[in-house]
Design a protein around this ligand. Structure first.
Ligand code: HEM
Length: 536
């Protein structure tokens, strides 16, 4: 059967549909042989043993035996949809990136929402961060904006990511607990990792239990770069603003729903698209001039910090509409391979140490999870032809023609390979980098509590109540008294005394004496730490 696209029919969807197998009338083996009986194996007599020569039985069962690929090491549980992105007006002053050049053009997208910690079969409504990954199929290649529904992250350096994830996943000896937080190991880790304080506030807030995917914000988290045709670069933070507004569940609803309908978010997204109630988000940009890099009192390379929207307003530049469900979950949602390193001309990276590590990790994990030729799969391949000297590998589909697979060469007459000097090729932004090799965190990353406190102070009374209740629920599950006390003293006590007080009232823990966190950098914008970093 063809892929049942309900909404638009974008170039990407046509591409996928063309790849879909049209089932014939007769059932065949993988070699195209018509099968006489698919329900009885070949036996020596009606009650006799099954014969080894039954190639149809063997092919059917062995293919089934190999159906699973490894689930994602994180973000294993997810749901996806096709759609389009359209910019409101050309952003040629800011960037050459293809989706932003023409307001009449629709760029096909595929979006995957996910939880982080749970396995592929876990429940949707757990307390967790949500992934918000968008693949743009542009005419200049694939651009992936691989974000979350929270604007900051737990750690400042990718080298800590395996530690964070090992702490958040079930404990290795008994694979308990499967619930996302409510963990001795998680609270142990974060109590010893003060840079996670700001993210903890988001995680204990109602943002971590969204009502639906359609009512979540999305964030690129890191500071990226936009580069225009003159080669001028500006810093940018990406935002997705849901047109339906931001809504959450309350904890009691979330817990009950996890039991009654573990597919709650997945079903909601699928059903909404089927009935034509297409989810929409506006893409927002916070643009920062290069010369203003140090103006905002935080280091814009630190992924545990936001630039408040009151300080740098979010400019809404375009609309994304999800119009069609995947025709096949495995082929599309499971095999889709997002990567922060998939960029197009006009988008570039910064030296955020978390982003830098991610640039390595995604390709690496996808080579293992989906295989060396994952980019050839219909959901991953770009709209335009791919032409390079890579070859072979497990599952290769492309049949490369010609005699040479190297460059430079003089033997490839008629070879369509473009010169690497093509005018519209991607060129990395020529940022000047000059520094001593050190394993040192910049002092400008040192203030871990100001924005956690800012978050707490910006909440209404009932939101604060939910946050205090969430911390208390979690700490009451935590079995290690030293860990509980450390969360109180070293984290909550440093964020806000009234938060610590509210948690104390619900847990019986008392604030034994907050250990003030030493590196506090009150005016980072003009601090010697930052300017020194720049000189280094
Ligand atoms: C997967 C976001 C940090 C490694 C994902 C996905 C999202 C995401 C949305 C799911 C992609 C999908 O739907 O297929 C983020 C954000 C981060 C972050 C916003 C921080 C700001 C990191 C870091 C690492 C990492 C620091 C490693 C150093 C991975 C891996 C996957 C993944 C290995 C699985 C990818 C796959 O198997 O396809 N991340 N992540 N992430 N992330 Fe991250």
């Amino acid at each position: 059967p063809g892929v049942p696209f309900v909404g638009g029919d974008t170039a990407k969807q046509r591409d996928l549909a063309a790849d879909t197998h049209e089932a014939g009338v007769a059932l065949t083996t993988n070699q195209g042989l018509k099968v006489s009986d698919d329900q009885n194996s070949l036996r020596a007599g009606p009650r006799g043993p099954t014969l080894m020569e039954d190639f149809h039985l063997r092919e059917k069962i062995t293919h089934f035996d190999h159906e699973r690929i490894p689930e994602r090491v994180v973000h294993a549980r997810g749901a996806g949809a096709h759609g389009v992105f359209q910019v409101y007006e050309p952003l040629t002053d800011l960037t050459t990136a293809a989706p932003f050049q023409d307001s009449a053009k629709e760029t096909p997208v595929f979006v995957r929402f996910s939880t982080v910690a749970g396995s592929r079969g876990s429940a949707d409504t757990v307390r967790d961060v949500r992934g918000f990954a968008v693949k743009f199929y542009t005419e200049e290649g694939v651009w992936d904006l691989v974000g979350n529904n929270m604007p900051v992250f737990f750690i400042q350096d990718a080298i800590k990511f395996p530690d964070l994830i090992h702490a958040v996943k079930p404990e290795p000896h008994n694979e308990i607990p499967q619930a996302q937080s409510a963990h001795d190991t998680f609270w142990d880790f974060v109590s010893l990792t003060p840079e996670s304080a700001h993210m903890l506030m988001w995680l204990m807030s109602d943002r971590a239990i969204p009502r639906s995917y359609a009512t979540m914000e999305g964030f690129g988290v890191h500071t990226f770069r936009l580069v225009n045709a003159e080669g001028r670069a500006r810093f940018v933070k990406f935002h997705w603003k849901p047109l339906k507004g931001v809504f959450s569940l309350v904890w009691d609803e979330a817990q009950k729903t996890a039991g009654k309908d573990p597919d709650f978010h997945r079903r909601d997204l699928f059903d909404a698209i089927e009935r034509g109630d297409f989810p929409q988000w506006e893409l927002g940009l916070q643009v920062i001039e290069e010369e203003d890099e140090f103006e905002y009192g935080v280091d814009i390379l630190d992924p545990t910090k936001i630039i408040p929207e009151e300080v740098v307003p979010v400019r809404r530049v375009g609309l994304m509409t999800l119009t069609a469900n995947p025709g096949n979950f495995f082929a599309e949602t499971e095999q889709v391979a997002f990567h922060v390193g998939h960029v197009v001309p006009g988008i570039d990276f910064t030296n955020d140490p978390l982003l830098q590590g991610r640039l390595f990790s995604y390709l690496d994990t996808q080579l293992r999870r989906v295989g060396p030729n994952f980019a050839e799969l219909p959901i991953n391949r770009p709209l335009q032809p791919v032409d390079n000297n890579q070859r072979d590998g497990m599952g290769r589909r492309q049949i490369d023609k010609g005699r040479v697979a190297y460059f430079p060469n003089s033997l490839a007459h008629g070879c369509p390979m473009q010169s690497p000097e093509a005018a519209d090729a991607f060129r990395s932004y020529a940022e000047k980098v000059d520094g001593a090799k050190v394993r040192v965190r910049s002092a400008s990353f040192g203030d871990h509590f100001s924005q956690a406190a800012l978050f707490w102070n910006s909440m209404s009374t009932w939101e604060q109540d939910h946050i205090a209740a969430a911390f208390s629920f979690e700490l009451n599950q935590c079995t290690d008294s030293l860990v509980r006390q450390r969360v109180m003293d070293d984290i909550l006590g440093n964020i806000a005394p009234d938060l610590a007080q509210a948690v104390s009232a619900r847990t019986g823990l008392s604030l034994a004496g907050a250990k003030p966190h030493p590196p506090s950098v009150p005016d980072v914008g003009r601090s010697p730490a930052l300017s020194q970093d720049r000189r280094a």
